[in-house]
Design a protein around this ligand. Sequence first.
Ligand SMILES: O=P(O)(O)OC[C@H]1O[C@H](OP(=O)(O)OP(=O)(O)O)[C@H](O)[C@@H]1O
Ligand code: HPA
Ligand SMILES: [Mg+2]
Length: 179
Amino acid sequence: MMEDIQSVLLDQQQLENIVKELGERITRDYQNKDLLVVGVLKGSFMFIADLMRAIKAPCRVDFMAVSSYNNGSKSSGVVRIIKDLDKPIEGLDVLLVEDILDSGMTLSYLVENLKARRPASVRICTLLDKPERRKMPIQPDYTGAQVPDEFVVGYGLDFAEKYRNLPYVGILKPSVYGG
Ligand SMILES: O=P(O)(O)OC[C@H]1O[C@H](OP(=O)(O)OP(=O)(O)O)[C@H](O)[C@@H]1O
Ligand code: HPA
Ligand SMILES: [Mg+2]
């Protein structure tokens, strides 16, 4: 697997530091709130597992799974909910947790969808932000790191469902995805 990685962007120690710092900020900001951490599957699974342990405020967790329609071409902006939240979120302080904010299609849809359910607040925490590729006007409230316009994998992020188990974030060699 290592031979498909061009370079390591964030190693295990850097990821640990990022998660710790985000956890501290979230802990401070959500004192006396009713925090519901919502993970967007599948990419966020490893990040959210570590982030939850770094949040020292009372909180709950739930998950959503979504899929963008890809008719051969790129994401059309139409997002389908594959797995919805288990419970209503009215009055809760929702923190959406993503592995990466890229075009912004997925998160703009999710934020609008969740806001319609009347939560007390909705914020975004993303491990990675790739601002160069943004198509929708959306900004994360908490960002682990900004990444260049390259395809990144590992620590939950996949290419064709592979590489999610890498313990670091790396840039995938363009030859692997035919770039
Ligand atoms: O900002 P965007 O351009 O919408 O891209 C970001 C989204 O795309 C990826 O999910 P993907 O659809 O690959 O599903 P996965 O999490 O199961 O890998 C990633 O995990 C984000 O959810
Ligand atoms: O760079 C990326 N890597 C993996 N999944 C993604 N989804 C959007 N951008 C990316
Ligand atoms: Mg993916």
